[in-house]
Design a protein around this ligand. Structure first.
Ligand code: ATP
Ligand code: MG
Length: 337
């Protein structure tokens, strides 16, 4: 097996600095303004050609982060650089027009049936993406390109006239992928692309996505609830908790040597066949409810559920720091100075 070490090339495609996304909540007259703190001060890089996995519990802000990075949601503050160009910077009030970037950055959605218009044939769905970005010159060329895209994602090229409901879930997701590929993107945010699929076909879709990545030189931000889904396909994995990035490391390193207490408890929830290891890991299980992102805890956001919580954790929010080469963690336990 070829070891995944694409991240070693270290050519940065996307740089995210202190990214914040709040969703304001309507409040009554003279009542204090409130907001959902969906993404809070997140900084990381995505290297060209890599798959960066993004995991964390439901509601921790994965989708919001993915959408904000490609500016489907406008950031509240922070800075985003794409391939050396600053596309958003709240400090300098930079917000470049996204039209030229839209075709470089695409998104694949969790629920393929909901993301495909049921009244359009798959040929029209893929063709529409081609039209928006003026990718073909005439009808004939468009038809050929649709066929080619269906072929690339392993669908019958003669099925362009069928409607989404005539396809299985896995096939629908392939249509969603073909639509994303129609514009020759460089970067794709894959938002839980296999969670809605039957377990038996999840591997097929994942394998296809990996093949496409190699063939087309794609970069993925691959979102999943479950670390076991992304551990094999990701070069690196980022772990989110309540809007923040708590740990980021190479996939193997993160799974074999998790540092953040939250990552340890996430991994403790992954079934492993060794009873000895299971026993030792179960002690790291988390207690308590996930706090509200409307009124997040002070200091480290994980302190209310952390067994290692000390005074500083309640007061100071730890930043994500590189504590070993390529291994970043946001936890006072590892910030000794
Ligand atoms: N458009 C929106 N308006 C207001 N609040 C939102 C919006 N989108 C997300 N949120 C809130 O932001 C927080 C993060 O949501 P998000 O969908 O990003 O989480 P997630 O990690 O993708 O969860 P899941 O694993 O369930 O998909 C949640 O509290 C959610 O309710
Ligand atoms: Mg989500």
């Amino acid at each position: 097996m070829v070891e995944k070490n694409k991240a070693n090339d270290r050519q940065v495609l996307i740089k995210v600095e202190h990214l914040v996304k709040h969703f304001p909540i309507k409040s009554g007259f003279l009542q204090p303004k409130k907001a959902v703190h969906a993404v809070e001060n997140v900084s990381f890089e995505i290297f060209k050609g890599e798959t960066l996995g993004l995991v964390g519990e439901s509601g921790c802000g994965k989708t919001t982060l993915g959408r904000t990075v490609i500016r489907l949601y406008e950031p509240t503050s922070g800075r985003i650089t794409y391939d050396g160009e600053v596309i958003f910077d709240s400090e300098t009030k930079t917000a470049v027009p996204m039209k030229p970037y839209r075709e470089k950055m695409q998104m694949i959605f969790q629920d393929p049936s909901a993301s495909l218009d049921p009244r359009m044939t798959v040929g029209e769905i893929i063709g529409e993406a081609l039209d928006i970005h003026h990718k073909t010159k005439n009808k004939e060329e468009r038809k050929e390109k649709v066929k080619e895209l269906l072929g690339i994602v392993g669908l019958n090229t003669e099925h362009a006239n069928r409607f989404p409901h005539e396809f299985s879930g896995g096939q629908q997701q392939r249509v969603g992928i073909a639509r994303a590929l129609a514009v020759n993107p460089e970067f794709i945010v894959c938002d839980e692309p296999i969670s809605a699929l039957d377990v038996s076909i999840q591997a097929q879709v994942i394998n296809m996505m990996e093949d496409l990545q190699d063939k087309l030189g794609l970069t993925y931000l691959f979102i999943a609830h479950d670390i076991s889904v992304v551990r094999h396909i990701s070069d690196r994995i980022g772990v989110m908790y309540l809007g923040g990035m708590v740990e980021l490391a190479e996939s193997y390193e993160l799974c074999s040597k998790p540092l953040h207490p939250y990552t340890q408890s996430l991994l403790a929830a992954v079934p492993i066949p060794d009873p000895e290891l299971t026993r030792s890991r179960s002690r790291m299980a988390m207690t308590g409810e996930i706090p509200s992102p409307i009124n997040p805890p002070s200091g480290c956001r994980f302190h209310t559920r952390c067994q290692h919580c000390s005074e500083i954790c309640k007061m100071e929010s730890p930043e994500l720091r590189e504590v070993e080469k390529g291994h970043f963690v946001a936890c006072h336990l590892f910030h000794k100075d």
